[in-house]
Design a protein around this ligand. Structure first.
Ligand code: HEM
Ligand code: FES
Length: 779
């Protein structure tokens, strides 16, 4: 058929041959791997991200005949689906993924089972009308009030086991605390908790599982009873309207606006939310403890530096989320990743796979609690349906981690086989056995440990807290005024992997400055940077030159890469001015290894002030051109750039003057030929006296947010609960980029090229603003 295209975008059916291949609904044969895919089999159940690695790499959108769904595995494709909930309706989000048998259907009917639309599976415009009515309970102030309850519950449970030395944390507290918190949040009276847990399991199997014909009946019994139970609780609550909690908000809205918050909605919501508000968090907590405890060195970092807990919890949500797949249905023929999904096509978005997509996350399979774009994960979904309870879930995970790292830092994971409830979407171990030596409990020596709690603000983790502790291993002069530092892990562990163009932020007191990594990328134990002494700078570089000695501790963020080498070009021109050689040298090493032709132009004051000349001459002698000004040599940009060259990329780093000249000189080159990295942010920072307030309308989340004159757009978005990653927060790195749909932009960043600015379709939210009164953003 002509409607399906393969991943490379060429038209036509990608797969032919073999005998009698299975067919997709459009008549196109499916590939053998797609035909074999079954989410209820072991590989997906054990590790859904790993089970779809082949798909991310080769066939990111495929039809699964066994499931009857189109499976989508890449980050960008899934986000695009989440963005457009008119084309990709969420109406099937809670549909039974395995149709009920006739017997099971009869059982459900005997209970008058009528689960229908809630929030998560409601279409527009009904959904947004409801969601807006029900937002109040999720404001940071309202959520803050739940923290003491969470804290008390976790402590009680921990007190009960702390002298025991061994426990299954799932059975002891991971499901019960989130369930109790959920009921408290909802205002639902606490009743038979064990029964509610059994109901939740039945609901999960009924909605996302593949129960056998015999199990079907049993599951239907559980679900029917749960439906009845939800109705009874609802009636009890309606009879006591003075109660508090989110369900009471709904009961009140149902009374005021019965057409917006309808009766069936109330009953369906009651059942769905009891599960949504606790199972997700219970499983996420179990996953996080499993991942962190199986990496003792990471656990130790958290115990030593609890400020890292919010970042660690977020990274666990990315790496091993509790919701691993979510559903949509195409309301018309629509293209996703080059494949046309026909109208009525059901879609399984494997968010766990998106969260391991190397096109979006560096070293995606590594659990790196220092990762600064972990908040980009899709475990909470995205867009107008994005999880409303995300900040409550985060709060619970953080309090669990904070109490355990403080009171049981010597906790260890026992060797065990993990089991999972077989289903497509909710994932976490059914038991988690840990052990510790109670004689070592810190509170036995110092009782104050028990109550020395630390609280975290509601919301996404703050990047200020994400810092790695390192130690200076070597210091030596690389040139006049240039100090080369080798940094190592204090415990002798490997340093994180990095790619050419990466940098780290060195933190010296309240001075933070980015430095490109200039060591060799296969050096696994050192991170190396070169620091130029800047007399006119903010003082940090002078301090480093005067005081830094081997053995001293140093904090840094990263490595991260906003100056990535695109390895697909035919030829390269590398241009460095002065200390700008640092990222360029790593690129030269890499290109040599790849066998790609390149030239390297390096200008500076004099040979003695130009770092790495010896290493460059040794490793890149043929490609190297040196321009020491003191010797009268001059880099002739006009000549270098005169002829636009196809298939050639230019990478440059150096003084602003050089970069500006390069930008001007490459105006005739194909768009995107020049890639530069800036190190200073003149003009990017907020000047409240000269700013005006404006409004932003967010199309994906359907919100309107005010940006006051003394706030950045990024700050205003965060206050509204929209998580946007950021790094430099001064317009240098590109991490806070947001798509603009409408409105005139006042660009203040150094990231976008002139053509990108002229396009008026994106901005850096940490610094750029509206020229006029309003912008419309695709967020
Ligand atoms: C929606 C995950 C905790 C309430 C969702 C969605 C996901 C999700 C994947 C669908 C998003 C979409 O379609 O874009 C999670 C995870 C949690 C968590 C991983 C914990 C780690 C909670 C809690 C609550 C909650 C604690 C309640 C207090 C909701 C609600 C929606 C939702 C009301 C529907 C929002 C809408 O459709 O407008 N959640 N959730 N969640 N979640 Fe959560
Ligand atoms: Fe770096 Fe905005 S956070 S450009």
């Amino acid at each position: 058929s002509a409607t399906q295209r393969n991943a490379s975008g060429a038209g036509g059916c990608p797969f032919h041959g073999g005998d009698e291949p299975a067919l997709a609904p459009d008549g196109c044969p499916v590939s053998p791997r797609a035909a074999a895919f079954d989410p209820f089999e072991r590989p997906y159940q054990l590790d859904p991200a790993e089970a779809l690695r082949w798909s991310r790499e080769q066939e990111p959108v495929f039809y699964s005949p066994r499931l009857g769904y189109w499976v989508v595995s890449r980050y960008d494709d899934i986000k695009a689906i989440f963005r457009d909930n008119l084309t990709f309706s969420p109406s099937i989000a809670l549909e039974k993924i395995t149709p009920a048998s006739r017997e099971a259907q009869a059982v459900l009917e005997s209970y008058d089972y009528g689960m229908n639309r809630t929030l998560v599976n409601e279409d527009e415009p009904a959904h947004m009308a409801r969601r807006r009515e029900l937002l109040e309970a999720f404001s940071p102030e309202a959520l803050e009030a739940h923290a003491p309850v969470v804290r008390r519950l976790v402590r009680e449970k921990l007190d009960a086991i702390i002298d025991r030395g061994r426990a299954d944390l799932v059975a002891e507290m991971f499901w019960e605390v989130p369930l109790t918190v959920a009921l408290h949040f909802l205002g639902v009276p606490e009743e038979d908790m064990e029964q509610l847990r059994r109901f939740s399991v039945a609901h999960t199997l009924n909605t996302w599982g593949r129960p056998s014909p015999e199990q079907q009946v049993e599951v239907a019994e559980g679900v029917g009873k749960f439906w009845q139970y939800s109705g009874e609780v609802l009636r009890k609550m309606q009879a006591r309207p003075e109660g508090h909690g989110w369900m009471y908000d709904m009961i009140e809205k149902n009374r005021q606006k019965p057409d917006v918050v309808t009766d069936n909605y109330l009953h369906s919501m009651m059942m769905a939310i009891i599960v949504a508000a606790h199972e997700t968090t219970a499983l996420a907590t179990a996953n996080a403890f499993r991942q962190l405890l199986s990496r003792p060195e990471v656990w130790t970092d958290l115990c030593d530096n609890p400020a890292l807990i919010p970042a660690a919890a977020e990274e666990c949500l990315r790496h091993s989320g509790s919701v691993v797949a979510w559903r949509r249905i195409a309301t018309r023929d629509a293209e996703v990743g080059g494949v046309t999904i026909p109208e009525g096509g059901k879609i399984l978005m494997v968010t766990a796979s998106a969260n391991h997509d190397p096109a979006h996350f560096e070293n995606p399979d590594e659990l790196d609690i220092y990762r600064d774009n972990a908040v980009d994960h899709l475990t909470f979904g995205y867009g107008s349906h994005q999880c409303m309870g995300k900040n409550l879930g985060r709060m619970e995970m953080r309090i669990f981690l904070e109490e355990f790292t403080r009171r049981l830092p010597h906790l260890e994971l026992e060797e065990q086989e993990f089991t999972f409830l077989p289903n497509t979407s909710f994932r976490g171990p059914e038991a988690l056995w840990v052990r510790w030596d109670p004689a070592q409990n810190p509170e036995r020596r110092d009782p104050a440990v028990r109550d020395a709690q630390r609280d975290f603000p509601v919301g996404a983790p703050s990047r200020q807290d994400i810092a790695r502790e390192m130690v200076v291993a070597k210091v030596h002069a690389a040139a006049e005024g240039v100090l080369q530092l080798a940094l190592e892990d204090p415990h002798g562990r490997r340093v994180p992997e990095w790619s050419p163009g990466s940098h780290v932020d060195l933190i010296v007191d309240d001075y933070v400055r980015k430095y490109s990594l200039c060591g060799e990328t296969d050096d696994s134990y050192w991170l190396q940077v070169a620091v130029l002494r800047e007399e006119s700078g903010r003082g940090g570089s002078a301090w480093i030159h005067e005081h830094l000695k081997p053995g001293m501790p140093l904090r840094l963020r990263g490595p991260k890469n906003h100056f990535r080498l695109d390895e697909t070009a035919d030829r390269y021109v590398l241009i460095a001015g002065g200390i700008g050689i640092t990222p360029i040298i790593a690129m030269a090493d890499r290109l040599k290894r790849l066998g790609k032709p390149f030239e390297l132009h390096y200008a500076g004051r004099s040979r003695s002030s130009m770092a790495f000349i010896e290493r460059l001459e040794r490793d890149h002698g043929d490609a190297l051109r040196l321009y020491p000004k003191a010797e009268g040599a001059r880099l002739d940009l006009a000549a270098l750039l005169a002829e636009p060259r196809d298939g050639t990329l230019l990478y440059a780093c150096g003084p602003e003057r050089l970069l500006a000249a390069l930008e001007a000189g490459t105006a005739q080159w194909p768009e995107g030929s020049l890639r530069v990295e800036h190190f200073t942010a003149e003009g990017a920072l907020l000047d409240p006296g000269h700013e005006h307030a404006f409004e932003v309308e967010l199309t994906d989340s359907e919100l309107v947010v005010e940006v006051a004159a003394d706030r950045t757009l990024l700050q205003a978005l965060r206050a509204a609960g929209v998580d946007v990653p950021s790094d430099c927060e001064e317009g240098l790195c590109g991490s806070c980029q947001v798509e603009v749909v409408e409105g005139e932009i006042d660009h203040r960043d150094k990231v976008l090229t002139a053509a990108e600015r002229a396009g008026q379709d994106r901005l850096m939210s940490c610094c750029s603003r509206a020229k006029g009164k309003k912008l419309v953003l695709a967020l």
